[in-house]
Design a binder for this molecule. Structure first.
Ligand SMILES: [Zn+2]
Length: 585
């Protein structure tokens, strides 16, 4: 809906450069060279920009002492929360900082030489059209509220820092979804947050998709209807509106909010500003204003974190997800210390279910899944038990980069739908979740085939029946279309999966009438390479692996096709449609 068609249309021409972004080091270096040439030719007319000259580098930590590493982490957060485990640190530095790091004997590898030029190149390509801006996010929430006034209501929960200074007019918006949405009911409450960190731009998309998924499937899916009727679901897609705007317009690697620190530096790291064990030590949390992990002058010094504090203290949230990127991780407390909480088994058992489909690694500082930090959201949600009840807070770290290629966006959104559902469900279940009913549910969920439904046949477990009703079947969708088994009344060609395909792929589709179905595959020059004759098919849904069209990655003469971009077209009666497929060997 909304701007999606516009978005599709504006991005046809930039597919190739997106692929560069996706394909790691070598292609990244080629991209870097082209960016460097571009920026060199623009030096005379370029506007000065804080991002100009900043670099993304990889520091080799192997052979370095623990104090040396801690000293680095005090100033530089690991971008992906993942490189650290491989003995590397991926960080943003100025040219001067790079010189200092080198002078201390570190081996470094430059990944992006000039973030200013890199950011400008992304803008010129229209890359950000793939994502909702702050204004578009608010608009999407407004549309949802207007279309579903009985189920969705927006709440202004606070101002961004720039609004408090009358520099900009950005509110922090929450949207509540429930039946009787305007009333505070007794139903369990659950909180979903996105974009503490400005550059993690996939995270509002996940929350907006979850919003639309719930609203559009209410009354169609028994499970969704159950959740909306029996939970109070709060969504905060963008906690850091100023930072988000700054990423879209100036510096695509910006992390913090946009507070003017008064010393020439800007920004507080909102995920170091919460009030539980704030400033416990200087590892992964810095007292230095120019640091990317600057924790602010005191706990909850920032209007953005105050907004969450106040919201949580006014409500009785049971569980929460705070989306970040990246790392393919699913984190829980403690963050400030290498110890488990007294509720460790509950954190672990919930995590196991939540990641059972997307395969994210779950853990905390104690498990070595991430370095220690303090002042983060989850530690406060769980640890603060005087001003509010304890909340089981989790942080998914989505994907493998801040700027995922267009082709990966639907998959990153899709792989987080299941955790969203799980968290909403569990928020109304008895904790700790060693409860025998829950154990059965975990087993059933984990036993379900990947592309099957959540509407599993757990019919013998009476307590679970109301959660998982047979015949709900949805799973393959992109940001525009949802499949619900009962809604087979339209033609549709879906996105192939997995995506990128490696090497085999399934192509889902729906038929409004009986038809003879043919799918033809073309390469990027339009040359036909393979015909899949599927024969006569009845009207219905062909989504799951046992029903979708299957392509084995071979051409018509049985040879393996090479990596690249392909297109697949469907002919079924009068229905014609074409979609893109990224194929990797
Ligand atoms: Zn983050």
């Amino acid at each position: 809906m909304m701007s999606a068609e516009k978005k599709r249309g504006t991005n046809v021409g930039v597919v190739v450069s997106r692929r560069c972004l996706a394909q790691k080091k070598i292609l990244r270096m080629i991209f870097l060279i082209s960016v460097t040439i571009f920026s060199f030719s623009m030096t005379i007319v370029a506007f000065p920009n804080k991002a100009d000259g900043k670099k993304v580098i990889e520091i080799d930590l192997r052979g370095k002492s623990e104090p040396q590493i801690k000293q680095l982490l005090q100033i530089y957060p690991d971008l992906g929360a993942g490189a650290y485990r491989k003995g590397k640190l991926e960080v943003v530095v100025t040219a001067e900082e790079l010189r200092q790091i080198k002078s201390q004997g570190y081996h470094i590898n430059i990944l992006i030489d000039d973030i200013g030029a890199y950011s400008k190149d992304l803008r010129v390509q229209g890359y950000f059209d793939n994502f909702h801006s702050y204004e578009e996010t608010v608009e999407a929430m407004r549309i949802a509220e207007q279309r579903y006034p009985d189920l969705a209501k927006m709440y202004d929960i606070g101002d961004s820092w720039e609004k408090t200074e009358s520099i900009a007019d950005r509110d922090i918006w929450a949207l509540k979804i429930s039946d009787n949405v305007t009333e505070q009911e007794d139903e369990p409450e659950v909180l979903y947050m996105g974009l503490h960190h400005a550059r993690e731009i996939i995270t509002p998309e996940i929350i907006l998709h979850w919003m639309n998924f719930l609203l559009r499937n209410y009354g169609k899916s028994n499970l969704v209807t159950y959740l909306v009727d029996n939970r109070q679901i709060w969504l905060v897609p963008i906690l850091n509106p100023d930072g988000h705007n700054y990423v879209f317009t100036k510096d695509s690697y910006w992390r913090k909010n946009r507070r003017n620190n008064g010393d020439g530096s800007f920004g507080v790291d909102l995920n170091r500003n919460y009030g539980y064990m704030w400033g416990y030590d200087d590892i992964g949390s810095s007292p230095i204003p120019r640091s990317d992990t600057y924790r602010g002058t005191g706990p909850f010094s920032e209007p953005e974190t105050q907004a969450i504090r106040d919201l949580v203290e006014e409500h009785n949230f049971v569980l929460s997800l705070s989306y970040h990127s990246y790392g393919n991780l699913f984190l829980y407390p403690w963050g400030y210390i290498r110890q488990n909480t007294p509720d460790h088994s509950t954190f672990v058992s919930i995590s196991k279910v939540a990641v059972s489909r997307n395969g994210y690694e779950h853990g905390n500082a104690a498990s070595g899944t991430i370095y220690t930090t303090n002042g983060d959201t989850d530690d406060w949600l769980y640890g603060e038990q005087i001003t509010k009840n304890k909340v089981f807070g989790f942080t998914p770290e989505v994907g493998e980069e801040f700027h995922p290629p267009e082709s990966k966006i639907p998959e990153l959104i899709r792989e987080n739908l299941f955790p969203n559902i799980v968290i909403a469900l569990i928020s109304g279940m008895p904790l700790p979740v060693e409860h025998p009913v829950f154990g059965e549910a975990i087993a059933a969920l984990n036993a379900a085939p990947l592309d099957s439904s959540l509407g599993l046949a757990i019919s013998d477990i009476s307590e679970m029946e109301r959660f998982f009703i047979n015949n709900d079947l949805w799973n393959i969708f992109d940001d525009q279309k949802l499949f619900v088994q009962s809604a087979g009344d339209e033609n549709y060609l879906g996105p192939s999966y997995p995506n990128p395909s490696n090497p085999e792929t399934w192509i889902p589709y729906k038929l409004a009438q009986n038809a003879n179905v043919v799918i033809r595959i073309h390469n990027s020059t339009g040359k036909h390479i393979r015909t899949l004759n599927l024969g006569n098919k009845n009207a219905g849904i062909y989504i799951t692996r046992d029903k979708a069209a299957y392509w084995d990655g071979l051409n018509d003469t049985g040879e393996k096709v090479s990596s690249g971009i392909y297109f697949y077209s469907i002919r079924a009666g009068d229905f014609r449609d074409t979609r893109k497929i990224v194929f990797i060997r």
